[in-house]
Design a protein around this ligand. Sequence first.
Ligand SMILES: NC(=O)C1=CN([C@@H]2O[C@H](COP(=O)(O)OP(=O)(O)OC[C@H]3O[C@@H](n4cnc5c(N)ncnc54)[C@H](OP(=O)(O)O)[C@@H]3O)[C@@H](O)[C@H]2O)[C@@H](O)CC1
Ligand SMILES: Nc1ncnc2c1ncn2[C@@H]1O[C@H](COP(=O)(O)OP(=O)(O)O)[C@@H](O)[C@H]1O
Ligand SMILES: [K+]
Length: 609
Amino acid sequence: MDMQQSQESQESIVESLDEDHLQMLVQHAYDTDTVRAMEQPLLEQGEPLMRHAAAAVATNVLQLLESFDLDEHARITVLAGAGDNGGDGLFAGALLAKRGFPVTAIAVGRTLHDDAYRTFIESGGHIWVLDAANTIPGCPSEFSAGEAGERFEQAMEFASNSHIIIDAMTGIGAQGALRGIAGSVAQTLGALLDELRAHDSNDDMQRPYVVAVDTPSGIGVNDGSLPGPYIPADMTLMFGAMKPCAILPPACSACGEIWLVDFGFDLESHDPAGSIVGMDLAAAAIRQVMPTDAKYSRGVTGLITGSQQYPGAAVLSTTAAAHTNIGMVRYMGPTRAQDLVLHALPEAVIGKGHVQSWVVGSGVPVRTAEEEADLQQQSIEALLAHYALSEDGSNEEAYAMPAIVVDAGALDLLPDHVPSHVVLTPHMGELTRLLTRLGVDVDEDTVRNQPLQYARMAAKMTGATVLLKGSLTIVVQGGQFADDQVFVAGRAPAQLATAGAGDVLAGMLGAILAQNADLVQPSVPSGDESDHDDEAQVAQAIAEIAGAAAYLHGLAAALASKAKQRGWHRAHLFGIDDLDEEHFPIGRPIVASDVVKKIAAAIGKLQNN
Ligand SMILES: NC(=O)C1=CN([C@@H]2O[C@H](COP(=O)(O)OP(=O)(O)OC[C@H]3O[C@@H](n4cnc5c(N)ncnc54)[C@H](OP(=O)(O)O)[C@@H]3O)[C@@H](O)[C@H]2O)[C@@H](O)CC1
Ligand SMILES: Nc1ncnc2c1ncn2[C@@H]1O[C@H](COP(=O)(O)OP(=O)(O)O)[C@@H](O)[C@H]1O
Ligand SMILES: [K+]
């Protein structure tokens, strides 16, 4: 099958699929076992998936070369591993070599995919092997250690001077950090590429343009971590479905632009490992106001936020909550903060009363072991005590409490075990601090490198839902029967990284929980098997709502800053979307209060979508 045939067959796959399928494709990510399970029936039917994959890579490389005005003298390097990922890369290289481009493959393993290797050589490709113990037919082996070192250096020099690098060392078969020669290649070339990338947007191809095959080599495919050296890509051609690394920080940044090659997988019958929160999910979390509504039926949020030291957080969290489609906010806090709240929001009601959700801790200082809790910390601690579950999960009162957002200083006051409608909203530093308090030996850099793993650990240890803030915000489900599906909100522009933005999010989340009070109330476990489904359903609803709040927060920031840039950009569909250069203006600087002013407009945009 040549490139043209493969592309036509690809287009017919795309055309035969409905909008729902395409929507699922760009919204959900599937772990490697699930991808293999979805691939299996197609392979059994004789679908030449590897040829489709290779043709897609070659097509995009050709388009890139054309857009950069590079003629057939463009130098192309394929980094080829021993598995099927290397096979994809070699078949793609063969297609390009047939078009007259000089293509050199650097073999990093001891073998190469048989069929792909033969096709590559027959098409005029050149091979450079780095492993002295290789068994690749016709390639030199058993060279000395000195010669191996020289070969390696020359290969790296060659690769760093090529126009295009096709990274096909490892794909979904990668296990842990890259080792051996692949590890050394990623160490040397990856570091160089990262440095070049930091200084150059590559609009003029002054550095190699890296096209990753299926996944960038070296990243944690299933957990989005960076376990060791990796090859950062400008573009990743991902086959069949998104893998979690496409949507999870920090690995998603290493993917560059993602191009999804649809294989027509049966996505509907498989559970995603992660999902991007989009407009639909966010819109569903906003309750429609009804003619019969009164202020109480729209939801009331109670806030114990702000402090003598940080009274502004009280203003930001209450104004944000009040603007997020609810009937009323109640505020409790120090007199100075009360005055400021009333000044900014005359509608706020000061003092206790019935609420459908709580927000605690924003702007409340962290309590050190030596310090006595102040009044604000004491009232938060007393409220949180109602959510405490004993080791066996009993304490009926905890389940009957309204949902609660536990932010900033209140994270230090969290009981050991709580139900899933307790939603923690730490940033990386706060999550590290929480885990340390729970006895985990971890530092912030490690958490930053494996945010999913540590957010999940906090959820498993406490039972709470965890919303971990960052340029991409990830939400992991809480509760005893937590599902592993993670929600990722990447709507926010970097302009949102400004003091007080977290206080705004806490208020918005509290309000969205209040207007969905019936959906987020866990029932008291009865000890029956039905508990599992009931609790899992509520835990998922809470996580979706938390993701929706982060999306709305990001959208309000985008409207305030007029930014088109986001933490995560939708994957492109191969064969459907054009390879046009896109521009995402970063917008203008904002402060957190600007975000509050745009919440209403953001809700309007969701509801009119
Ligand atoms: N199935 C299909 O038909 C289709 C599959 N497709 C493609 O196949 C890919 C999956 O191929 P795969 O299963 O062969 O695994 P792959 O990603 O090549 O990795 C295995 C190689 O990597 C090596 N390796 C692993 N870990 C390592 C480490 N830490 N450090 C260093 N090396 C490490 C491992 O070495 P070993 O452990 O055996 O020594 C072995 O050589 C998939 O991503 C997609 O591109 C598409 O064509 C569509 C159709
Ligand atoms: N680079 C970024 N791009 C987009 N959003 C970001 C970025 N960095 C931080 N944010 C968002 O800004 C908010 C910051 O919250 P937080 O760290 O609690 O700050 P503060 O305590 O000052 O309110 C979070 O919602 C986070 O997701
Ligand atoms: K790869």
